[in-house]
Design a protein around this ligand. Structure first.
Ligand code: DGL
Length: 288
């Protein structure tokens, strides 16, 4: 949080903002609702500009900041950047600029290094995440006695964005990424993108029990709980599920609604919103 700014939405009744390039952050929302059922949630998906994983650094920082500012204006008391790619590229900048506490996400390299028995672990994440200085530093810290096989998950975010979590094409794509990990003796797979937990059934069909899947969404929810407590921002206890989340999208929201209904069992409407940013005001803004 920007030390010079005060928390503007300090009321503990205020909602928590959760943001992702698209639908992946819904896997984090699921964990946050389980851990903190009394918290109201505003979920913003930047689906118009997803996937971020193939965009440049400035674009990702520009969008992350614009959406963070928009969520602050909607009254968010804290922000979860539920996107590994956006965290890797822009968390420091956004933390500096926003007047509310932030929680970012990162691939679960540490739990993988702690749990792998064969000392070989696969990491599936976006190209941008894998190339980022933040991820490389994480790898350096934990890779001394564990080999990490890093695989960009090209095409996987796009599949989840169109609600494809099990087609033949998707399974073939996944098999191409996972078989080399199995062949190299991996026993652990880091799901380094918040979209990928929605592919767990398809992954399981391919790898069976041979890979332990590391999904950090529960750890993120616990971290959010700690941060809210530190800032005196925890909502007063209420019945589980008593506060329905509110969903926003810069896209048309159809797939968000569908995924929330089929995978999270939340029947909701998604409000389409326009969140301009300096980069998307440019005429070539749709170009990656
Ligand atoms: N859910 C985002 C992540 O965790 C996906 C990034 C993208 O849009 O490519 O990295």
């Amino acid at each position: 949080m920007n030390a010079s700014a005060s928390v503007s939405n300090a009321g503990s009744h205020a909602p928590v903002g959760i943001f992702d390039s698209g639908l992946g952050g819904l896997s984090v929302l699921r964990a946050v609702r389980a851990q903190l059922p009394g918290e109201a949630i505003l979920y913003a998906a930047d689906s118009l500009y997803a996937p971020y994983g193939e965009r440049d650094e400035d674009f990702i920082a520009d969008r992350t900041l614009a959406i963070g500012e928009w969520l602050v204006k909607q009254g968010a008391k804290a922000l979860v950047v539920a996107c590994n790619t956006a965290t890797a590229q822009s968390i420091a900048l956004v933390r500096e600029k926003l007047p509310i506490p932030l929680v970012g996400v990162e691939p679960g390299v540490k739990p993988a290094a702690l749990q792998s028995k064969t000392r070989v672990a696969g990491v599936l994440a976006t190209q941008v995440t894998l190339r980022s200085a933040r991820f490389q530093a994480l790898l350096e810290r934990y890779a001394s006695d564990c080999r990490f096989l890093c695989q960009p998950g090209h095409g996987l975010v796009q599949a989840v964005e169109r609600c494809d979590v099990g087609s033949d094409e998707l399974r073939a794509l996944l098999r191409g990424y996972l078989q080399p990990m199995l062949d190299a003796g991996a026993d652990t797979l880091v799901l380094g993108c918040t979209h990928y937990p929605f592919l767990d059934a398809a992954i399981r069909d391919i790898v069976g029990d041979r890979l332990m899947l590391i999904d950090t969404s529960v750890a993120i929810a616990r971290q959010l709980e700690r941060v809210l407590e530190q800032h005196g921002l925890r909502a007063p206890p209420q019945g589980a599920g008593s506060v329905p989340p509110r969903f926003y999208s810069t896209g048309d929201g159809t797939h968000q609604q569908q995924l929330a209904a089929t995978l999270l069992h939340i029947d909701t409407t998604v409000e389409q919103v326009s969140i301009p940013s300096p980069r998307t005001a440019a005429p070539d803004s749709q170009a990656a």
